[in-house]
Structures are given as structure tokens and as C-alpha cells.
Design a protein around this ligand. Sequence first.
Ligand SMILES: NC(=O)c1ccc[n+]([C@@H]2O[C@H](COP(=O)([O-])OP(=O)(O)OC[C@H]3O[C@@H](n4cnc5c(N)ncnc54)[C@H](O)[C@@H]3O)[C@@H](O)[C@H]2O)c1
Length: 381
Amino acid sequence: VAATKELRVGIVGYGMMGRAHAYAYRAAPIIRPSSVAFIPVVMSGRNADAVAQVAADCDIDTWVTDWRALVERDDIDVVDICTPPGTHAAIIEAAAEAGKDIFCEKPLATSYADARRALVAVEKTGVRHAIGFNYRRLPAVSLMAEMIANDELGDIHLWRGTWLSDEFVDPDIGFDWRFESSMGGSTIGDLGSHLIDLATWMLGPVQDVSAISSTFVRSRNDEGRPRDVEVDDASSALLRFSSGVQGTMEVARAAPRRPCDFTVEVNGSKGTVMFSYAQLNELWVGSTDDDARLYGLRRVRAEHPSQPETKGWWPIGQGVGYDASLINQVADLAATWSEHAWSPNFSVGANVAAVCSAMERSVVDRRWVSVGEIEGASPKG
Ligand SMILES: NC(=O)c1ccc[n+]([C@@H]2O[C@H](COP(=O)([O-])OP(=O)(O)OC[C@H]3O[C@@H](n4cnc5c(N)ncnc54)[C@H](O)[C@@H]3O)[C@@H](O)[C@H]2O)c1
């Protein structure tokens, strides 16, 4: 398929995700050719030398040092936001005002109020909006969602999500935006937002939550001076879904030798399905209908062309990696651009932010908090 519509993208931020998105735009047409193609043409960052270098590495001709200059350019169709969560709402408001379609990294914001601001801005101007909950696009995760939607597990009773990383283990890591709550949010918002997105996508809304948090390294070096860490190193939560599903979630950036290890498990009346990111091409599945002699969970390879999100990928047995989630994300945005049907959108991002905010409130107030309480306290705009 030759691209007949080229959408010119401005990428805000040149850190890990700025580079990752640039890479995904380049690779998506090779894996899943589409009549719509995204072309990254400009990148922004506050450090001129650094953004110039990354832009050159990504084969992006133009760079600017102020995101406002990027957003206002006439030759940009899409603004892609890859900066810290505390910056997202303001960039979204400006991009929506300028009539650009917007693709924003997760979490949508550091608070539900800011997430609502972002949602109101895009709904007012009618631009397309999508949030980077990329893990939905992994074939194995997508297969899990499909099995639940097809009622293959019976009535769903239990959900379990864990996300362990060692990002904050070393006390010598200096203070940066991730440790400042207004800029980085929380570990609940950073890692938990992915898990809550997956959970609510598969099982519907969360009704109420109870959470605890800890910060083990309480102070970090900020250019020679100690500075208090404002975010949780680890949090655990109990969740009650509106459907009655009972859930538990654990997120930590304080787990040595656990790099981005996340798991999601669902237990229904007829079966269990479990995903572990360390084996991302596999799903573990067991059914009460299985032959009793084969009692247990069996390893399913999530690479067969009959399975979701496998289109265009390598022959079965080769597997995919993290980048497949990002490339599939771009390919899905290209495939749904014409129908104005981007998903997941900022409405999903705001719902996830409400659950995260409810958990954060629960930690402070030491009580169960309903998600409706968070949503009700914020003006609908
Ligand atoms: N979906 C995923 O797999 C995934 C993975 C990592 C990060 N993320 C998300 O992507 C976003 C960026 O994370 P990252 O890991 O790329 O961060 P990073 O620190 O690698 O890069 C951040 C970028 O934002 C810029 N920046 C920092 N503070 C800024 C400010 N106040 N104003 C404007 N620009 C600022 C930095 O210069 C840099 O270009 C975050 O929202 C994060 O949660 C998503």
C-alpha cells in the first residue's frame, strides 16, 4: 500500500520516548504499510545541542528549543508529546487550540484535574487525540483481552497486576523530574497507569480503591544539595471494579534486579490467563474444560497470524519486542486516522488518571476512596 496521505509530526521531547516514537514512525510503514503515513519533521527540546543531536540521529531535519514554536508551525499536522507528565496538559491545550491532532505519552497528567483540562481542550476543538498506552498493542496482551471479551474465561472474578522496576534503587541517582510530584506524578501514575489501562480496557471501570505507599530513599542530590523526594518508591492497592471483580496491584521502582517486570493475571469462573512481560511472546492459559491429565497452565505462543496485533510481523517463532508495541501503536493510529477513531483516547487517559488520583488520595487519607469522588470533585469543563 502506497501512502496517499502524509501527516507531518512534531515530536515534543527528545528523551527515551521522543527517540522511541521517531523510530516507530520510521518502522511502521515497513511492518504494516498504510495509505496514511506519519512523517516526523521537527523535534523540540530545551537543550539545543542535545535536541540537534537526537534530531539528526532520527533523520529529522528541523529542531526548535521551545515547544510553543513547534506547536504553532503551519507545516505540522500532529503534535506528539514525549515530555514529563507535568508538562502534558499545557502542551495539549496549545496544540488543540492550534488545531493539531495530538498523540500524548502516558500518563495524561499528574492529576485528574489536569487530565480533565486536557480532555476538555481536545473535545472543544474536535482534534484527534490518542494516549500512549502501548502495551495494549503487544500480541499476547491483545490476545488476553480478546479471550476475556469472547467470554472464554467465564465470569471474571479476580485481577492481579504487578509492575516491578529497579529504576530508583540506587540512592546515588540524582534528583530529576521523576522525583518531583508536580512534574513526574507518582509511581502509581507512572507504572500503575499502564496496569489500570489494561485492567479497565479488559474488565471495565474501577469503582473504589485502597492503597498504601512508601518512599525508601527520601532525599536525593539536586546539583550538590539534598532535596526531598516527593514521590512513592512503591505502592500497593486493592481495587473493586464496578462489575464486582476484585483486584490487587503492586507497583515499585525499588525492586533490585527487576527491570520493567510486569505481570497481569485474570481468573474467571472457567479459566485463568496470565501474561508476564519478561516472556512477552507468550500467554499462560488454563481452562476448567481442559483434559484433567493436562491440569495446569499451558504456554501459548502469541505469534500465530490468527492472533491480534501479529499482522506484518516476523514468521512465527521469531518473536517481537518492546518496539512492536510502539510500531503497532503507530500502525493502528494510521489505520484509524481517516475515520477519526483514534483509541485509546484522552477520555481513557482521564479515566485512568481518576483511578490513580483515587489511589493517591487513599494513601494520604488512609481510607477507601471511590473513583466517583475524584471525578465528582473536578469541574466537567
Ligand atoms: N509508554 C512507554 O513505554 C513509556 C516509557 C517511558 C516513558 N514514558 C512516558 O514518556 C514521557 C517522557 O518520558 P521519557 O522517559 O522519554 O523521559 P526523558 O527524561 O528521557 O525525556 C524527557 C524529555 O522531556 C524534556 N523535558 C524535561 N522537563 C521538561 C519541561 N519542564 N518542559 C519541557 N520539556 C521537558 C527533556 O529535555 C527530554 O527531552 C513521560 O510521560 C513518561 O511517563 C512512556
